[in-house]
Ligand binder design. Structure first.
Ligand code: CP
Length: 299
């Protein structure tokens, strides 16, 4: 019995694997997506991949689509509303059927926390699975791209990074908290609500700014709030990042909410890494897909 292979949690990653994937991502980035697309470097090993997105996405879905195409594969935009999921078929049954249709992989954004882990536990399936975000659970491919973005710019080891905002409802924050301390990041939080963590937590934006090399900003994740959570929005008025200290960098997974989480002029600040993160998300995901397509394992 062999488990479905895949990447479902940032706990499946370690420094050696990230170093290996970073070299691969750097090679793909230096080659360039357009050159890959023209087939000059394509090895045609990726095959057919279903993109199953139960929640909206711009960055993640487009980057997976482009990465698969650039690597010589074919992405199927699995249309949930026109699928037999609407007739009561479960996602597990859907995966079993896609396996019988000889697909090579699935990329799943699920509103249900831990669903990718449950699917990964299915046995004797030839496909691989990647978690593209599961409710407020995890978003491992986002943090792979963000890690590579830092490795390529200021490095991670010993860097003081503070995650600011709605940590409780952010799957990106949960994946960062699982991974970055193990890579030597001095990670702190400035959460909008009482979030239990062993990490250092600041009470004010001033404290966080005085301490940090990097501010990592989260938007209010209102689509995952319970009715009582609307108070979270009020606390953003005290933590909107309006400026950066000297040598301080800004990161955000996107989408950002200018005027709420950061002031709009910071989006394109010379030390904003926000658009670099998106580009590294493309090549980080390309490296993950290539690794899995060639038989690689996570976790
Ligand atoms: N950061 C992120 O996951 O963005 P999307 O929801 O647009 O994919």
């Amino acid at each position: 019995m062999v488990d479905l292979r895949g990447l479902v949690s940032s706990k499946d990653l370690d420094k050696d694997k990230l170093d290996f994937l970073f070299s691969l991502a750097l090679h793909l980035k230096n080659t360039g997506k357009n050159k890959l697309l023209r087939g000059l470097k394509s090895d045609h090993s990726v095959g057919t991949v279903a993109l199953i997105f139960q929640e909206p996405s711009t960055r993640t879905k487009t980057s997976f689509n482009e990465a698969i195409f650039a690597l010589g594969g074919r992405a199927i935009d699995f249309n949930i509303k026109n699928s037999s999921l609407t007739k009561g078929e479960s996602l597990e049954e859907t995966v079993l059927n896609l396996n019988s249709l000889e697909l090579d992989g699935i990329v799943l954004r699920s509103s249900q926390e831990s669903l990718p882990s449950k699917l990964k536990a299915l046995n004797d399936i030839d496909m691989w699975i990647v978690n593209a975000g599961d409710g407020k659970g995890e978003h491992p491919t986002q943090v792979v791209g963000d890690t590579f973005c830092l490795m390529n710019s200021i490095g991670l080891n010993g860097k003081k990074i503070t995650i600011i905002g709605d940590v409780e409802h952010s799957r990106v924050a949960h994946s960062l908290i699982n991974l970055w301390p193990s890579l030597g990041v001095d990670l702190s939080l400035l959460p909008t609500s009482n979030y239990e963590s062993k990490l250092n937590s600041f009470k004010t934006l001033q404290e966080a700014q005085n301490h940090s090399d990097v501010l990592y900003v989260l938007r209010p994740q209102s689509e995952r709030w319970d009715p009582g959570d609307s108070e979270i929005l009020k606390s953003y008025s005290d933590i909107t990042v309006k400026s950066l200290n000297e040598n301080q960098y800004l990161m955000a997974p996107g989408p950002v909410m200018p005027g709420v989480d950061i002031s709009s002029d910071l989006l394109k600040h010379e030390r904003s890494l926000i658009f670099d993160q998106v580009n590294w998300g493309l090549y980080g995901r390309a490296a993950i897909i290539k690794y899995l397509s060639e038989g690689g394992h996570f976790g």
